[in-house]
Design a protein around this ligand. Structure first.
Ligand code: NAD
Length: 321
C-alpha cells in the first residue's frame, strides 16, 4: 500500500485537477455509477471533538474508501489545524488497503472544486463580478477556483468578522483582481456569481438583496441547523446540489424544505446537468443556487487522483502491509 503524506499534497494536485476529478464523480453519481454511504458524525465526549466518516464507492472511477476525521477545537493552541482528516482507499477487487492520504488540503481543494463546477455549468456566461461571503480558511481556495470559471473583472466581499477581510483582499491581489469590501445590499445587487462559505446558523443574504441574474454557490451549510441564505431565495431560484438527500437534511435546502417553500423534487443533481440529462441555466436573468453539502465521493475522487500522481512521480511511500 501507499502513503501520501499531507505535506506532499500541495505539490501533487492543483485546482484544475481537483475540478476534473470532482466533475467526473458528480457525473458518475447522477448516472448511478457512484454512491455515498450513510455519514457518521459523533461528538466523542473527549477534547470537545466531533469525529466521523464519509465513505462511498465510485464504480466508474474504481474509488472505494472513506474520509475519517472531524473537528478538534483545541488544536489551534497546539499549532495544529482544528479540522483534521485522512483518506483511506481500498482496492475494490480485493478489499485490500491501497492507500492512506492526508485529507486536510484535499478537503479545501475538493470543496472549492465543487463550487467551481457549479459556476462552470450554471453561472451567467457574461459574469464579471464575483461576490464572496465569508473570509475563513476555505474562502481563499473558493475564490481561486471560482476565478478560473468566468472572465471576472473584480471581486467584492463581505464577512461577519470584518477583521478577516484581508484574506479576501490578499487572494484577489494574488489573482490580479481588484477587491472591495461592501455591505450585503451592494454584494447582492452587483455580484453575478456569489460564493458563500461561512459557519453561520442564521440567514445572511436576504431575498430582496439579490438583483438580476445570478448564480449562488452556497458552500458553508453542511450540518443540521447551519444556514446562509434566506429560504425565499431558494423558492425564487432554481436549486441544484451535489446530493439531494444531503441537501434536504444537512444542506442549505433543509430550511426551505422544512418551511414547505420547495420540495425534494424541485432540487436537481448537478451531475445530471454535467451529463446533459437535466437543464441547467435557462437565461442570463435567472437565479441559480448550488447547495454544496460535501460528499465523501469528492474526497475519494481527489485522493485517488493524488495517489496516481504520487506513484507516477515516485513520491508515494510504499509500505508492505
Ligand atoms: P473558518 O472557521 O476558517 O471560517 C468561518 C467563517 O464563517 C468566517 O468567515 C467567519 O467570519 C464566518 N462566521 C462565523 N460565525 C458567523 C456568523 N455567526 N455569521 C456569519 N458568518 C460567520 O471556517 P472554514 O474552514 O472557512 O469553513 C467555513 C464553513 O464551510 C464551515 O461551516 C465549514 O463546516 C464549511 N465547509 C463546508 C464544506 C462542504 O463541502 N460544503 C467543506 C468544508 C467546510
Amino acid at each position: 500500500m501507499y502513503i501520501v503524506p499531507e505535506t506532499a499534497i500541495a505539490d501533487l494536485i492543483d485546482a484544475e485537477q481537483s475540478f476534473d476529478a470532482v466533475e467526473a464523480v458528480f457525473g458518475a453519481m447522477a448516472r448511478g455509477d457512484a454512491y455515498n454511504f450513510p455519514v457518521i458524525r459523533e461528538a466523542i465526549g473527549h477534547a470537545d471533538a466531533l469525529y466521523g466518516f464519509k465513505s462511498g464507492f465510485d464504480r466508474a472511477g474504481l474509488a472505494l474508501g472513506l474520509k475519517s476525521g472531524g473537528y478538534w477545537p483545541g488544536n489551534a493552541d497546539k499549532g495544529l489545524t482544528n479540522h483534521q482528516s485522512t483518506v483511506m482507499l481500498f482496492d475494490p477487487d480485493t478489499g485490500r488497503l491501497r492507500a492512506v492520504v492526508g485529507g486536510n488540503l484535499l478537503t479545501a481543494l475538493r470543496t472549492a472544486a465543487a463550487s467551481a463546477v457549479s459556476i462552470r455549468h450554471l453561472a451567467p456566461n457574461g459574469a464579471k463580478v464575483l461576490g464572496m461571503i465569508g473570509a475563513g480558511h476555505q474562502s481563499a481556495f473558493q475564490m481561486r477556483a471560482a476565478a478560473g470559471q468566468r472572465d471576472f473583472d473584480r471581486v467584492i466581499g463581505w464577512n461577519y468578522h470584518p477583521e478577516m477581510l484581508d484574506r479576501l483582499a490578499d487572494t484577489a491581489a494574488e489573482l490580479g483582481l481588484p477587491f472591495e469590501a461592501v455591505d450585503l445590499d451592494r454584494l447582492g445587487a452587483e455580484a453575478d456569481v456569489i460564493v458563500s462559505i461561512t459557519s453561520s446558523f442564521d440567514p445572511i443574504l436576504m431575498d430582496g438583496q439579490v438583483k438580476g441574474g445570478c448564480h449562488i454557490a452556497c458552500m458553508g451549510t453542511d450540518t443540521k441547523g447551519k444556514q446562509e441564505l434566506d429560504p425565499a431565495l431558494l423558492a425564487r431560484g432554481r436549486v441544484f446540489t451535489d446530493e439531494v438527500a444531503q441537501s434536504i437534511s444537512i444542506g442549505e435546502a433543509q430550511h426551505a424544505v422544512a418551511q414547505g417553500l420547495i420540495a425534494e423534487g424541485d432540487i436537481t443533481q448537478i451531475g445530471a446537468v454535467i451529463n446533459g440529462t437535466a437543464k441547467g441555466r435557462g437565461s442570463d436573468d435567472e437565479l441559480t443556487i448550488f447547495d454544496g453539502t460535501g460528499v465523501g465521493l469528492q474526497d475519494l475522487a481527489v485522493a485517488a487522483r493524488v495517489v496516481d500522481l504520487a506513484v507516477e512521480r515516485g513520491v508515494a511511500v510504499e509500505v508492505d502491509f
